[in-house]
Design a protein around this ligand. Structure first.
Ligand code: ATP
Ligand code: MG
Length: 390
């Protein structure tokens, strides 16, 4: 029998009547992510999803990595199936986990028996297999409380499965179960993390990026596309809509007092993202805003920004420290790209004294000097769409 991957369901198991649809989504997502690593049979049984190679051409290492990034799964392990027979299980453990067992100083065997017809109880099975392994590897003492290595045996309907410790999965909920949102993706550290966090809660994302040529360069745009590519293993295939922002920014600079520049610019971002949301059927906007991080992220400024959005604005980073955000960015692999030194449209024309406690009425009044609808419409009509594949 061939080595395969076992994925343990996370929060999905807490779903009542909806559970089936969550599981189906999860299986579909796993199929799509593993498809590029070969032919796999993906199916669920007893709160576990089995990812089995169909032939010898499968790249199990890559498939394993892909499974670790699929939301809805809390633990992933590689396992070797064998016949449901004690001697076969012992022989399989000896060959399959030989390296780990040669190194470990202590171990235990943990057995689970989903097939209640199996002649031994879980405890009897653990004792028999543990005894045989201890004899074969005298370097390992038995330690049932804090073992260095745990050998897992699962007796299921069609086979027994032997595996070592599982690694942590991506957690969260299956992508797509939480609907769709439009995520505002800049080239910074924060917005890739906020996108990841919402995808982790099952939300499929349509990305919007604003760029301001010639103030921002092509390299800055490429950087954002690279970030989107790095998010794809987590967030799935996606489209990045690149919206030209130069005219809007120049118009604000021309017609509005400098102190209001950033706030009004951000209100335009909300409106444009809202239009995109309507087109793609998204139910919310996502930003990487974090309370107090910059002048445009005080409570008063957020209120003014949000006023221009019709949909809820989700800000998953709102209560996080920069340090925590950076930690996530490193873990998901976006940090190194985020810190590349390219300009963002937000850093073009930044006011010397941005308003930190703006009043909504005042902002609206200042903004009335602009033909908001026409500017929004023109920016939308000139956007470019880039498909990001897995
Ligand atoms: P980031 O690190 O994500 O750039 P930031 O701390 O620099 O965030 P701001 O520049 O004020 O903060 O932007 C706040 C949020 O607005 C960003 O997290 C992002 O969601 C959105 N945003 C900013 N600039 C852009 C842009 N050029 N295109 C799309 N969204 C943007
Ligand atoms: Mg930024």
């Amino acid at each position: 029998m061939q080595e395969m991957i076992l994925c343990k369901l996370g929060e999905v198991v807490l779903k009542g009547l909806n559970r089936r649809s969550f599981e189906d989504k999860l299986i579909a997502n796993l199929r799509r992510r593993t498809a590029k690593c070969g032919s796999f049979r993906v199916y669920s049984k007893q709160s576990t999803i089995y990812v089995e190679p169909v032939n010898g051409d499968c790249d199990l290492d890559r498939a394993f990595d892909a499974c670790r990034k699929v939301f809805g799964i809390i633990a992933v392990s590689r396992a070797l199936p064998c016949e449901k027979d004690v001697q076969a299980i012992i022989a399989t453990a000896k060959t399959y986990l030989h390296e780990q067992m040669s190194r470990a100083r202590s171990f235990k065997v943990e057995s689970k028996r989903a097939d209640k017809n199996f002649p031994l109880t879980s405890i009897q099975l653990s004792q028999q297999v543990g005894g045989a392994l201890h004899q074969a590897y005298p370097n390992m003492a038995v330690d049932v409380h804090h073992p260095e290595l745990t050998v897992f045996i699962e007796i299921r309907d069609t086979a027994a499965y032997v595996h070592g410790p599982a690694v942590e999965g991506a957690g969260g909920l299956p992508l797509g179960m939480g609907g769709t949102a439009v995520s505002l993706l800049s080239g910074g550290i924060d917005s890739p993390v906020s996108s990841y966090m919402m995808a982790r809660r099952g939300v499929a994302l349509e990305m919007v990026h604003f760029f301001s040529p010639p103030y921002t360069s092509d390299a800055a745009k490429e950087k954002v596309l690279e970030l989107a590519q790095k998010l794809a293993p987590w967030c799935g295939r996606m489209t990045v809509q690149i919206v030209p922002f130069t005219e809007i920014q120049e118009e604000i600079r021309r017609k509005c007092p400098e102190d209001f520049f950033t706030l009004i610019m951000r209100r335009f971002m909300m409106r444009i993202a809202g239009c995109v949301a309507q087109e793609v059927g998204a139910k919310a906007l996502v930003t990487g805003e974090c309370l107090g991080q910059v002048a445009s992220q005080t409570m008063e400024a957020l209120r003014v920004t949000e006023d221009a959005a019709e949909l809820p604005v989700l800000r998953p980073l709102i209560g996080m420290d920069k340090e925590q955000i950076v930690r996530v960015a490193r873990r998901i692999g976006t940090f190194d790209t985020s810190i590349l030194p390219y300009e963002d449209c937000c850093t073009v024309f930044t006011p010397r004294h941005p308003k930190t406690k703006p009043h909504l009425d005042e902002v609206r009044k200042v903004e009335s000097a602009l033909d908001v609808d026409a500017l929004v419409e023109r920016a939308l009509s000139q956007r470019e769409r880039v498909r990001i594949k897995l």
